[in-house]
Design a protein around this ligand. Sequence first.
Ligand code: UD1
Length: 364
Amino acid sequence: TRIVCVAGARPNYMKIKPVMDALERRGADVILVHTGQHYDESMNDVFFLDLGIRTPDRYLGAGSGSHAQQTGRVMAAFEPLLDELAPDAVVVVGDINSTLACALVTAKAGPLLAHVEAGLRSRDWSMPEEVNRVATDRVSDYLLAPSPDAAANLRAEGYREDQIHVVGNVMIDTLLANLDRARQSDVLDRHGLTRGGYGLVTLHRPANVDDPGALRGLLKALGEIAGRCPLLLPVHPRAADRLAALGVPDGIRLVPAAGYLDFIALQDAARLVLTDSGGVQEETTALGVPCVTLRENTERPITIEEGTNVLAGTDPDRIVDTVDQVLDAPPAPRCPALWDGRAGERIAAVLLDGGTARTRPRPT
Ligand code: UD1
């Protein structure tokens, strides 16, 4: 069985790795395609090294650009490749532009399409990722959901029961497989930090960093929080110029984007994490570290219901109040069911043990 696995940007790499490994353990012929959506060393090479992912078998070099340019370039490059490789199935993960681009091409070309992380919904159509999630699910044969709430979203949208599989969370497979190695990292020493002595911040969502007014408000809140708990902010390339232009308040230290193992170590030892990322909400939940999400909504409500996540929105006063509450009474950790390190195996079983999930006849 030949299966093409697609990865394109930083949050894809830790999701595709356990799927590739589980498929290969069961004898599948796995071809890794990198779309090139992310290309900086700090966003790519470090992750491939840290995670032990092999050099991609094919590289599409799509690069940055507007949504249409990025999506279009991936589609145009992926179509002939799919024709050449003629796989039985294609696996896409997450919700980035590369995910949707390769899903659309696959749906018209004929191989079965599997979406890992299906069914997550923020219901916020201003997020490009929400468009990517909904549209990718719509053309997928196998909908591989990380949690029951995601499966419930899919049922409510009318998907067939035989398409929906609750398989657990692949991101947590990778976290658990690497936690011991991450704890050996010297990143705390390098930054002069002690366990429990700092807060970790990530910001990269367009709604937060592209609008100077929004970013200024967030920095004001972070400045107040830093008076109580010093903050470390590894900078995403998207936010670098704007943060430099606005300047950051005292008590917030900017450092370059961290590699995978270092970033897990930084989360694991943090007193709290402030983020607008999706994956970080999940990783902090699995680690039992308090997380304050700087967004008005989340497509990962299970991290609030069962995990350590609290939604603070983007209003500066509300963020400061929420952080005060979380520091005074940290939420009790409880890791969701099936976030147990075996999601990749369950996905391989669904794909290789035969499913009847085909939604479209194979073109002749
Ligand atoms: C993308 C994903 C987002 C994910 C994030 C993780 C979409 C719609 N968004 O957002 O869901 O959470 O990746 O990082 O797919 N840049 C570099 N080097 C790189 C990549 C990007 O400098 O290797 C800069 C460029 O200026 C680029 C900007 O970052 O224009 C944004 O990159 P892009 O891939 O468009 O989106 P992200 O914000 O990274």
